[in-house]
Design a protein around this ligand. Structure first.
Ligand SMILES: *[C@@H]1O[C@H](CO)[C@@H](O)[C@H](O)[C@H]1NC(C)=O
Ligand SMILES: *[C@@H]1O[C@H](CO)[C@@H](O)[C@H](O)[C@H]1NC(C)=O
Ligand SMILES: *[C@@H]1O[C@H](CO)[C@@H](O)[C@H](O)[C@H]1NC(C)=O
Ligand SMILES: *[C@@H]1O[C@H](CO)[C@@H](O)[C@H](O)[C@H]1NC(C)=O
Ligand SMILES: *[C@@H]1O[C@H](CO)[C@@H](O)[C@H](O)[C@H]1NC(C)=O
Ligand SMILES: *[C@@H]1O[C@H](CO)[C@@H](O)[C@H](O)[C@H]1NC(C)=O
Ligand SMILES: *[C@@H]1O[C@H](CO)[C@@H](O)[C@H](O)[C@H]1NC(C)=O
Ligand SMILES: *[C@@H]1O[C@H](CO)[C@@H](O)[C@H](O)[C@H]1NC(C)=O
Ligand SMILES: *[C@@H]1O[C@H](CO)[C@@H](O)[C@H](O)[C@H]1NC(C)=O
Length: 334
């Protein structure tokens, strides 16, 4: 009897211990990332502040993401992954501080989130620079700081974020040029750089972005000739580059971008004539060559059967829009 009871007792003990161990493995946020969250919340001036009396990755006390369908909806939230090390340590993978009217700065501690995947600071009043430490977030896939008051240069360390799929720096007050390191972001599919304050020539390294589908660089101070290398970015579907200081002529090579759905040039000086090769851009729904100092005859654009928006205004073109284009009901802004 005694040995049997001992075995039974041991059994109970194991079960009890197992419960003890699992209870101790309650998921807890990495303390280094909790410190970084404190630094971020304070520096950026989040109001109401995050509640550090509960663990951030618990999702309680307003920490958890309240996913809305409207990406501009006001929110501050984080998401975590507690299964990375199977040690009960949770890591922050997403931070959204959107439309919160925060006016502070992004602190260098932003680099202390090694598993960060998605950072969204859209539509605030954030000032100061993007810290070089942003380059430490090498797992990032989505980064937007659009619609803020950020200034200073775009840090070259961003070239380290080679997994980025979408990057938006749009509508800020940066200075300087687009760093050539942007060409290291070879996974990028969407790049929004409109109204950033950037200028100078586009870096040739841009041509390496072979997966890029959307390139928005309108309303900046970019200058020099419209680079031929744009024709190498063969995945491009949207190319919007009006409102800069580019000089012509419009490159005939852009006709190689046969995936283009929207091509918006504009405010180009000495645009020359419209290259007849543009008739090969048969996926185009929108073509704007407004105010490009274009002259000469409008070439045959009869193959652009998907066009719904054609803007050739403020040029010195002669000839006529072919009847088959003019007859498209939805065609506007000739
Ligand atoms: C800890 O996180 C893992 C992975 O996300 C999850 O499966 C588990 O339920 C969590 N445990 C607790 C106690 O919350
Ligand atoms: C690039 O990321 C790696 C980690 O993947 C890091 O060790 C390195 O310091 C980062 N470089 C820069 C310039 O941020
Ligand atoms: C960008 O890529 C080049 C060539 O692969 C490399 O030498 C450079 O260190 C990279 N820069 C960054 C910031 O990752
Ligand atoms: C933009 O930044 C410059 C400094 O680079 C500064 O002089 C200017 O006041 C800023 N403009 C706005 C609207 O913040
Ligand atoms: C382009 O802009 C840069 C920076 O503003 C300037 O230094 C350069 O002279 C400009 N180049 C041309 C061709 O206008
Ligand atoms: C565009 O394509 C033509 C042939 O279709 C080729 O000869 C030319 O080199 C290409 N240009 C660019 C810049 O890719
Ligand atoms: C860009 O396209 C041209 C013409 O097709 C080609 O000769 C050149 O090698 C391409 N450049 C790169 C970097 O692939
Ligand atoms: C326009 O389409 C016609 C008929 O498909 C074709 O023969 C012609 O080569 C096309 N023109 C251009 C410039 O692609
Ligand atoms: C417009 O082009 C015609 C020739 O097609 C030329 O005579 C005229 O001077 C040009 N006007 C301007 C404002 O450039």
């Amino acid at each position: 009897m005694a040995p049997a009871m001992l075995i039974a007792a041991t059994g109970f003990c194991s079960i009890f211990l197992f419960r003890c161990v699992t209870a101790q493995q309650t998921n807890v946020t990495d303390p280094r990332e909790v410190s970084a969250l404190r630094a971020l919340g304070t520096s950026i001036g989040l109001s109401p502040p995050w509640d550090f009396s509960v663990d951030p990755c618990s999702g309680a006390a307003g920490w958890g993401e309240d996913t809305g369908t409207n990406q501009f909806r006001r929110r501050s939230a984080i998401q975590c992954d507690c299964s990375i090390g199977s040690d009960g340590v949770c890591h922050v993978t997403r931070i959204a501080i959107v439309s919160m009217n925060v006016r502070g700065q992004i602190p260098p501690e932003i680099g202390n989130f090694p598993y960060m995947n998605d950072l969204n600071f859209q539509a605030n009043l954030i000032t100061g620079v993007i810290p070089d430490e942003i380059g430490l977030l090498s797992n990032m896939e989505h980064l937007t700081v659009a619609s803020n008051r950020l200034s200073g240069p775009i840090p070259g360390t961003m070239g380290n974020l080679t997994r980025l799929l979408t990057l938006s720096l749009a509508v800020n007050n940066f200075s300087g040029t687009l760093p050539q390191e942007i060409g290291n972001l070879s996974s990028l599919t969407e790049l929004y750089l409109d109204s950033t304050g950037l200028g100078g020539e586009l870096p040739p390294a841009l041509r390496n972005l072979r997966r890029l589908q959307t390139l928005n660089i309108f309303d900046n101070n970019f200058n020099g000739s419209i680079p031929d290398f744009l024709a190498n970015m063969s995945s491009l579907q949207v190319l919007a580059m009006y409102g800069n200081k580019f000089t012509g002529p419009l490159p005939a090579s852009l006709a190689n971008l046969t995936n283009l759905r929207e091509l918006e040039l504009g405010e180009v000086s000495a645009g020359g004539s419209i290259p007849p090769s543009y008739n090969r851009l048969t996926s185009l729904t929108k073509l704007s060559l407004r105010n490009c100092q274009l002259s000469g005859f409008i070439p045959d654009l009869g193959n652009l059967t998907q066009l719904t928006h054609l803007d050739l205004s403020f040029n010195n073109l002669s000839g006529t829009i072919p009847a088959y284009l003019a007859s498209i009901d939805s065609l506007s802004r000739l």
